[in-house]
Design a protein around this ligand. Structure first.
Ligand SMILES: [Zn+2]
Ligand SMILES: [Zn+2]
Length: 188
């Protein structure tokens, strides 16, 4: 059996605000891994390329086998790849929920403090959060994104000019990928 890191099942976006990186990416990464590891046959009808391989790779093989049986039982399942993936839909719904959750907590002192001092957001989640915020706070989101962009450029410059053989500093590549396209779909 493959080894798999222990999942953390978060219940609220507030639990991940102080983790490194974008809190929405962090939350959704754990959520997605949990949904892949625990699926009922009846919950899976269609999977995209990424989530089919993600399911094949999870530790809980009986649950993965059950989900694939669910797809095989479907007549003419996603052979042409045009239908929507069940896991993508679940992650998207959770993403919308968590964006709304944070947008309704902006008045809380701890959230206001996070926004003012240590917030990190990827571009896709900053864009989605910005749409839910009052104009006075939208400019704060822009400043956070600019700050993340500047910081990443420094790290990438350093990596390009002095790529350490011990792979130190290589984490900047993952942070850059997350910043540009968010965590979802990148890895399980
Ligand atoms: Zn993000
Ligand atoms: Zn998918």
């Amino acid at each position: 059996m493959r080894t798999h890191r222990q999942l953390v099942l978060y219940q609220s976006i507030l639990q991940v605000l102080h983790e490194p990186g974008c809190p929405f990416c962090k939350f959704l990464k754990e959520y997605q891994a949990g949904r892949l590891q625990r699926r009922l046959e009846s919950e899976t009808r269609r999977l995209c390329n990424f989530h089919a391989w993600g399911l094949a790779a999870v530790q809980d093989a009986p649950a993965a086998a059950q989900a694939f049986i669910g797809i095989l039982n479907e007549d003419g399942s996603n052979a042409n790849g045009t239908q929507e993936c069940d896991v993508c839909n679940e992650v998207k719904a959770q993403e919308d929920l968590r964006i709304r959750e944070l947008a309704t907590c902006l008045h809380r002192p701890d959230v206001a403090d996070w926004l003012r001092t240590e917030a990190v957001l990827c571009i896709p989640h900053a864009t989605k959060l910005r749409r839910q915020m009052p104009p006075v706070l939208a400019s704060r989101i822009d400043a956070i994104v600019q700050n993340c962009r500047r910081q990443l450029k420094i790290e990438l410059d350093q990596l390009r000019n002095e790529p350490g053989i011990d792979r130190s500093g290589w984490g900047a590549l993952g942070r850059a990928a997350e910043f540009l396209v968010s965590q979802r779909g990148l890895r399980v």
